[in-house]
Design a protein around this ligand. Sequence first.
Ligand SMILES: NC(=O)C1=CN([C@@H]2O[C@H](COP(=O)(O)OP(=O)(O)OC[C@H]3O[C@@H](n4cnc5c(N)ncnc54)[C@H](OP(=O)(O)O)[C@@H]3O)[C@@H](O)[C@H]2O)C=CC1
Ligand SMILES: CC(=O)N[C@@H](CCC(=O)OP(=O)(O)O)C(=O)O
Length: 345
Amino acid sequence: MKAAIIGATGYGGAELIRLLHQHKYVEEFTLHSSSQSGVAISESYPQLTNITNQSLQSINIEQISKNADVVFMATPSGISTEITPAFIENGVKVIDLSGDLRFKDPNVYEKWYKKTSAANEVLEKAVYGLTELNREKVKNASLIANPGCYPTATILGLYPLLKNIAVEANSVIIDAKSGVSGAGRKASLGTSYCEVNENFKIYKVNEHQHIPEIEVALKTANNQLGPIKFNTHLVPMTRGIMSTIYCQPLASVSEKLLRNLYQQYYENDRFVRVRKEGEYPATKEVYGSNFCDIGITFDERTGWITIVSVIDNLMKGAAGQAVQNLNVMHGIDEGTGLLGAPIFP
Ligand SMILES: NC(=O)C1=CN([C@@H]2O[C@H](COP(=O)(O)OP(=O)(O)OC[C@H]3O[C@@H](n4cnc5c(N)ncnc54)[C@H](OP(=O)(O)O)[C@@H]3O)[C@@H](O)[C@H]2O)C=CC1
Ligand SMILES: CC(=O)N[C@@H](CCC(=O)OP(=O)(O)O)C(=O)O
């Protein structure tokens, strides 16, 4: 198949290049930029020298539509809203990494992203691409709203629990941490070295745009769920997300039962690894891979469950999951191009 990457000069775009380059069914991909057409991608990313010597092309929708079977939108929020409808009209599949198409209700997007939403008919076509939850819908989709990075770690961490165990409706607390690549490549004061190094800071307190995305997905597991408590922190590391989740079950549960429940729920999901008793995953244990690793425990003293869920934000949190969805949409093995082990140390 033939692919095009719009936003190829960003971190999500560069990760897509790395993955599509090693994907045996992608015979060709083109790279598109709104600001650097004509410039070789290796000018932005010297590590891609001899991997691809392509020059960036402008974003010409008609030309891309003639060439590509599928377009990846690795662009900031607001761009897919403008561009994707034309690709859909031209019969080209789209996988959007941004938040533009993740909500069915346009008001939710407008409230949390503070931007104009895509039209209802586009939102209706979009399938929320958290592959493990929506595999059957992804199979038949022509438009994928790839999930956000924090939602991927958090929803995978909570879903089996909320589906199977009665919890205190208002007890879900999510303490999430991200590496700095989660903010993209664009320079900003808040992500500059001196602001981040040897520092640990909370940001977007009570107003993170991923709050409604997580709530909408979790309500499909338990519609009694109250508002979640969710906050995000910037950690001085490049990649990785850790979502530490606390939740109070209505009745005491055994740790063994919880682990069995998670293992059963994810038994056919090769990218979710449920850790054994007493083992909690670290971000480096999924670095550069498409895995989501989950540790779980119940504290009899407090009566609370703790779940730890980690991903690489650029892989399972963005480009990796986008390629996983590409595979499912095209009926090819879900792991194609994604089976590399995590990089460690
Ligand atoms: N980083 C992460 O971990 C994750 C990111 N995401 C989402 O994926 C998307 C891409 O993120 P990321 O790669 O990190 O972001 P970056 O900021 O690294 O890259 C975004 C790219 O979009 C392009 N762009 C900017 N403005 C426009 C425009 N007006 N029209 C077309 N293209 C434009 C730029 O390339 P150029 O100037 O060459 O056009 C830029 O390189 C975002 O929506 C982000 O929220 C989702 C999950 C995780
Ligand atoms: C570290 C960091 O800044 N991360 C970003 C993740 C952005 C993202 O994934 O946003 P979308 O919903 O538009 O995809 C954030 O917290 O906003």
